[in-house]
Design a binder for this molecule. Sequence first.
Ligand code: ZN
Length: 167
Amino acid sequence: MSFKKINRKSEEIKFIADSMLGNVARKLRLFGFDTLYYKNGDDEGLLNNFKERILLTCDKELYKRCVSEGRPTIFVERSEDELYALSTIFKKLNIKPRLRAIRCTVCNGKLRKMNESEIKNNGTIPKNAKLKYKEFYVCMNCGKIYWFGSHWINITKFNKKLNAMLK
Ligand SMILES: [Zn+2]
């Protein structure tokens, strides 16, 4: 397998995850990676499109086929262990990921920081969140709003564990 063609800054690496790897796709977006999730599950669609993206697959046959065609592909063991999956991917690419609030974990859209009046006038952000947090981001594609609430603690823990595995 050759990743030589991917001669870009690590942050510009783009992925496409197969239909079994939705959780992995969402996690990669937390680290700012442009990651499509290919829900359809047909191999031909994956093989013939998205060639500028690194394919992540847990399908051994598809993986072998891509390798023989010289396409950048990473085999990801199908498991519930997202830490293991992400460490496999980052080790292969030899990159150290960092958390970046730039991409929607739901739809892969880009996030934009909200300004004060937007936050103030927004009816969907809970009042207590508005009091407690200053930074809010909105997905420019689906409109989902993000802030560094209590769930962020788990994400930073995940990040720590992941980076320990990559040492
Ligand atoms: Zn979105």
